[in-house]
Design a protein around this ligand. Sequence first.
Ligand code: HEC
Ligand code: HEC
Length: 370
Amino acid sequence: MYKFPKGQLIAALLLTCLGVSDGSFAQTSSGQALSASSKPWSNLGRAATAAEVKAWDIDVRADFVGLPKGAGSVTKGEEVWEAKCASCHGTFGESNEVFTPIVGGTSKKDIETGIVANLARPDFPQRTTVMKLSTLSTLWDYINRAMPWNAPKSLHVDEVYAVTAYILHLAEILPADFTLSDQNIAAVQKRIPNRHGKVKFAGLWDLKGKPDVQGEGCMSNCKVSAEVASILPDFARNAHGNLAEQSRLIGASRGADTSKPPLKEPLKVAMAVGASETPKLAAAETQSPSSLAKAQHCLACHAVAQKMVGPAFRDVAARYKGNAKAEALLISRISQGGSGNWGPIPMPAQPQLANDDAKTLARWILDGAK
Ligand code: HEC
Ligand code: HEC
């Protein structure tokens, strides 16, 4: 530790005491006393540099203000897609497992009208990204800032152009020999299938000089004038199993119970397996294998009856039916992870899992995960 020579230490203490009594705060290293009026925090922090502001200021607006110069072809985009996107979104952007499909549900006619006809059909199974998209800048901006999910902001500007072009090609909006760039993106916007499809709900924006939300400074016995609630439309329910039963790897599980209330009638259009096949997790079952699977985050990647990131537990049970070595094999695969047995995505090792718990889970899975 640095020690002041004795004399200096006393001088410094004295000055500090004096400083407090006359209202000034401190003694600077060069010996000048700060005046009472100068703020003690005025020396803290600094203005952000132009380069720092630039690094954060990456939004691209609907009129393409903020879009960096660059270009990328559909062909190049296919390479980016295959290497960095297809594992989660499917070769044709059709995957319904990691997220709702990106491509599908739009037609040549929609490109002419600027309104996606299928959005008006309640029986249409999914709303894909391209169906909902109104401003191409949003797609570009989202990919640029958020994708790939596991490595956001890792794409070069030209790769963002390229992969955006490829998505639009998959959706039959752009031809295979197209190169998307800052020069022609505004023209491509005019081919976006749902470009006229945005609605303005009067209650939210049509203010007529009055805010649509009125606040009162009420802290107790407040009058509730309106209940705010939300519902999931049937087509959005259970497409990925019951969210309430899936723990995310990061953060608390806050999924809504998408199996309730029960559907009045089965969905007409065939789609991912519905509510009836997802396991019910009753409060009484807190020590059950299924809650162990939930607590261990297995259900972030697995469901009982349908493939998610990993295989459906029932498919695992079916594969190993009658195999005497299955239990030992699964205990080891659950603890140590595995790859190549079910597809291209590996299962990570679970070093936190006690041996007994691995055994309980292996038995439960082999028994049909009931
Ligand atoms: C590791 C899995 C994974 C990879 C790889 C991945 N994505 Fe995604 N993607 C997701 C997830 C999960 C979401 C939903 C994220 C959310 O809503 O927070 C998503 C959302 C999207 C969306 C928005 C969909 C919408 O309608 O809101 C687009 C567009 C997209 N990804 C494009 C890409 C592109 C392009 C790549 C490759 C450069 C890519 N993704 C790579 C997992 C992935
Ligand atoms: C991050 C995602 C993820 C998590 C978390 C996860 N798994 Fe998996 N699991 C997978 C994937 C992907 C596979 C397929 C691996 C393969 O193809 O070999 C798999 C495979 C399996 C298999 C089949 C093994 C085989 O070789 O046939 C079992 C059983 C299994 N997981 C159980 C569990 C259990 C129990 C947990 C929780 C302790 C768990 N998994 C957590 C992704 C995951």
